[in-house]
Design a protein around this ligand. Structure first.
Ligand code: CAA
Length: 249
């Protein structure tokens, strides 16, 4: 950590695969980390596992990030009990894959809410504190499939592409206030989400990754920590691809 005050970092979807690695790395870098979660039972199992493996446990706050009122209540509680958020990592997300001709409105809506509305909900409820503090880092976890499209992911691709449009505009609006806003677009990382893709499709996808492998969750966490650091202060409105060469442009 490059400055006196311990900075507060909030990671949404902390109990997921990528979230877990982000939380661990941010704590190792000296942040006071808050993990956001949605399911009580998943959180309990997650904390138990961290403890068993000898890892430190972050502060945990519950909210459904797809629901504005739920996020607002969580942020008010965090502000009162911990302090204002310096680093927000919009990491929570879901998939509801299916070819478009079969896609239900519910699957479209759920993905838009969890992956894109969540970014509005969380960013909107921390931005005024960041503006007041004259400091902030917002890191949006998008996807290679928001950059290039993917069969079966019209909903997910739309939400993930929307995330970067949001990043570019917010970056411009807050650039003079010490706040940076960036997107990370991971390719296929060895998460539960990717492992849930039927093997037949997954094998075909990996065959098209020049590095010939899935990405590691720690590789994404490393990039998050870099963008979260104070020294990454001239990087804003950027979209970082981290995909093993799968999509170069
Ligand atoms: N490319 C081209 N054609 C495809 C295809 C593909 N990827 N997937 C299916 N098709 C074709 C089938 O061959 C079949 O063709 P015919 O009708 O001529 O036989 C037709 O489309 C089948 O269409 P269906 O609607 O029946 O599709 P399905 O049920 O067989 O499978 C799917 C659709 C479930 C979406 C499947 O394609 C799939 O799982 N794809 C992978 C999706 C994916 O990559 N998800 C990423 C999740 S992880 C993540 O999102 C993290 C991240 O950010 C990277």
């Amino acid at each position: 950590m490059d400055n006196q005050k311990q900075k507060i970092a909030l990671v949404t979807g902390a109990t997921g695969g990528l979230g877990t690695f982000m939380v661990e790395r941010l704590m190792a870098d000296g942040f006071k980390v808050i993990g956001n979660y949605r399911s009580e039972s998943k959180k309990e199992a997650w904390i138990k596992k961290l403890k068993e493996e000898g890892h430190p446990v972050p502060l945990m706050y519950k909210a459904d990030v797809s629901d504005y009122a739920s996020v607002e209540a969580m942020m008010n509680k965090i502000r009162e009990e911990v302090g204002t958020v310096d680093v927000l990592v919009n990491n929570a997300g879901i998939t509801r894959d299916g070819s478009f001709k079969k896609m239900s409105f519910e699957d479209w809506d759920a993905v838009m809410r969890a992956n894109l509305y969540s970014v509005f909900n969380c960013s909107r409820t921390v931005i005024n504190d960041m503006l007041e503090n004259g400091y902030g880092r917002i890191i949006n976890i998008s996807s290679v499939n928001g950059q290039r499209g993917q069969f079966g992911q019209a909903n997910y691709s739309a939400a993930k592409a929307g995330m970067h449009g949001f990043t570019k505009t917010l970056a411009m609006e807050v650039a003079k206030k010490g706040i940076t806003v960036n997107t990370i677009s991971p390719g296929y990382i060895a998460t539960d989400m990717v492992m849930a893709v039927p093997q037949e499709w997954r094998d075909k996808i990996v065959a098209n990754i020049p590095m010939g492998r899935l990405g590691g969750m720690e590789e994404v966490a490393h990039l998050v920590c870099f963008l979260a650091s104070e020294k990454a202060s001239f990087i804003t409105g950027a979209n970082y691809a981290i995909n093993g060469g799968q999509h170069v442009y």
